[in-house]
Ligand binder design. Structure first.
Ligand code: ADP
Ligand code: MG
Length: 238
């Protein structure tokens, strides 16, 4: 069974059609990257999957269940944004524990999950610090940690590295790949960066103007682009 299924998903903002009928099946445990130019609808599509944006038409299924109109909090997803608003007055530990406390998870279980995520993300020595005393890369890892502790069925990342400098972006990208290998969850990762897409993805979804141009493994898209847009965007000479 597919981890996530999109059936003819559309989004209109008033008279403007932003997502124009997207069909996509994502397998359990797959790391899929949505790539495409700014304004092509990547965030809108991700936000509909997350339940942060209503769906104008079509359906979204997670593990076979129709979640098209289900509230975000019931979907079993966790989303990491570009602007990773951490709570500045709370420690790293408290930032990671916060959502779990609100969900009523028992304290020992919270401690276990936070310690495990911190170890994965090399944050164990920073749990008592406030976000202001961390580097940009560490703050982004805390944001990822907040998602991990919730043990979601699906992780959604919206350009999580775009605020980091080039060197840190590469390092954090490698950590994300290692993380995916370790926890094996289904991940959807949005970026406008072709290199990020090529290095992270099991499969790449190339979006353009609210439609899918092509879906495939990175090397397939590189070697056999369906059209000039994909060739140009993925960077093969064609
Ligand atoms: P991307 O993430 O690929 O850069 P977005 O999904 O943010 O693209 O936006 C896709 C298109 O939808 C853009 O033209 C954007 O201006 C438009 N859009 C996004 N959100 C809204 C909104 N709330 N109201 C109207 N138009 C929107
Ligand atoms: Mg966006």
């Amino acid at each position: 069974m597919a981890g996530l299924e999109l059936k003819a998903v559309r989004k209109d903002f008033g008279p403007v059609s932003v997502i124009k009928g997207v069909d996509l099946s994502i397998a359990d445990g797959e790391l899929v990257v949505f790539v495409g130019p700014s304004g092509c609808g990547k965030s809108t599509l991700l936000r509909m999957i997350a339940g942060l944006e209503t769906v104008s038409d079509g359906a979204i299924r997670i593990e076979g269940a129709d979640v098209t109109h289900m509230p975000a909090s019931d979907r079993g997803l966790a989303m990491v944004f570009q602007s990773y608003a951490l709570y500045p007055h709370m420690s790293v530990y408290a930032n990671m524990a916060f959502a779990l406390e609100n969900m009523g998870v028992a304290k020992p279980e919270i401690a276990k999950r936070v310690q495990r995520a911190a170890a994965m993300l090399r944050l164990t020595d920073y749990l008592d610090r406030k976000p202001g005393a961390l580097s940009g890369g560490q703050r982004q890892r805390v944001a990822i940690g907040r998602a991990i502790v919730r043990d979601p069925k699906i992780f959604l990342f919206d350009e999580p590295l775009s605020n980091l400098d080039a060197e840190l972006r590469v390092a954090t990208r490698k950590e994300l790949a290692a993380l995916h290998a370790e926890i094996g969850g289904t991940m959807i990762y949005v970026t406008h960066d072709q290199v990020e897409a090529m290095t992270l993805a099991d499969r790449i979804v190339v979006l353009n103007g609210g439609r899918i141009e092509q879906v495939g493994a990175p090397l397939d898209l590189y070697n056999r682009p369906d059209n000039l847009f994909v060739a140009g965007f993925i960077g093969s000479p064609r």
